[in-house]
Design a protein around this ligand. Structure first.
Ligand code: PEP
Ligand code: MN
Length: 345
């Protein structure tokens, strides 16, 4: 259920409602909007905590009590009354009228490659730097990432460029190390349904970029986001990165561009698009990026490399560092066309 407080409700009245919900054994999630506060009251579905019987309708400060219609309660558009969630990552806003360009290497390979790429993307005006220190690879014999040394290099790149860091967490045993460096934790497509991982990221409070699984539906993606939100972490972005379809001859997977407007209709969370992993080919990255920005995406995450022929991972899809500023300018223009400003410090 959701309890819509009156615009005039005091913080004591909000608190009294929260306490009543919690005494009944349900979770209370207050969400402060620009005008009013909504409290999500979420009971254990199996235990069937009956919020309706609490008589909240008549309580001071309460305007209305309504059922939340979707199974993803806190991720649903309904709970925010049409307001968009806007994340603030060290002054870079994502969501609403703000567009984030997130760029960097697939993986941290060396100090030189990481710092060189970080400088190029900073000069082109990106919002955040991406780079993996732990890599989910199909083959156990492929490069698995530099681990803690990779995180150290990302910290160095951040210290030099001032760019906040997006980096992947795959294994809960690494969470403390990753949290020291990450401004945003990436949850890779293969881990979208790793529920204990999602719960711990929720508990950490660190902003999360949650990628859609290769064969996951949009509802499954939203339920995965719910695992993070449920722990009291409201800072979640959804990421469409391509799904498996029958078409495999000419690209890696199929970018589901329709996911952008549909997710934005179903949820208040920002929607990011990853054209690099969908395409698997550099030449498709620009057109897919422009399509995503025009479709209303709140950001793009792309891979860049100073010398893709020598990249240890995902070289064929990496944008060239040399021409990255032209790419960034085209994305910026398209985002502006769609009514959003590129987010920078
Ligand atoms: C990545 O971003 O480098 C990555 C491996 O992405 P995904 O989980 O979408 O495959
Ligand atoms: Mn990659």
């Amino acid at each position: 259920m959701m309890i819509v407080m009156k615009e005039t409700a005091t913080s004591e009245e909000v608190q009294a409602v929260i306490e009543k919900i919690e005494r009944a054994g349900a979770l209370a999630h207050p969400i402060e909007g620009a005008r009013l506060t909504v409290i999500g009251a979420i009971g254990d579905v199996e235990q069937d905590v009956n919020i309706e019987s609490l008589g909240l309708e008549g309580q001071p400060g309460v305007d209305r009590v309504l059922p939340i219609l979707k199974p993803y309660k806190l991720a649903s558009e309904q709970i925010r009354h049409g307001e968009r969630t806007v994340l603030d990552i060290q002054g870079r806003k994502i969501g609403g009228d703000h567009f984030a360009l997130i760029a960097g290497p697939c993986t941290v390979e060396s100090r030189e490659q990481t710092l060189q790429t970080a400088r190029v993307v900073r000069d082109a005006g990106v919002s955040l730097l991406r780079g993996g220190a732990y890599k989910p690879r199909t083959s156990p014999y492929a490069f698995q990432g530099l681990g803690v040394e990779g995180l150290r290099l990302l910290a160095e790149a951040k210290a030099e460029t001032g760019l906040p860091i997006v980096t992947e967490l795959m294994d809960l045993r690494d969470i403390d190390d990753v949290l020291e460096v990450a401004d945003v934790i990436q949850i890779g497509a293969r881990n979208m349904a790793n529920f204990p991982l999602l719960t711990e990221i929720g508990r950490s409070g660190c902003p999360a970029l949650l990628k859609r699984g290769l064969s996951s539906t949009l509802d499954e993606l939203l339920m995965a986001a719910e695992y993070i939100l449920k722990e009291g972490n409201p800072n979640v972005m959804l990421c469409e990165r391509g799904i498996r379809t029958f078409e495999t001859d000419h690209r890696r997977v199929t970018l589901d561009i329709m996911a952008v407007p549909i997710l934005k209709e179903l949820s208040h969370l920002p929607v990011i698009v990853d054209p690099s992993h969908a395409a698997g080919r550099r030449d498709l990255v620009l057109p897919l990026s422009l399509a995503a920005a025009a479709a209303g995406a709140d950001g793009i995450i792309v891979e860049v490399h100073p010398n893709p022929d020598e990249a240890v991972c995902d070289g064929p899809q990496a944008l060239l560092a040399d021409t990255f500023d032209e790419y960034a300018a085209a994305v910026r223009r398209t985002a502006e066309f769609a009514g959003k400003a590129l987010s920078a410090a």
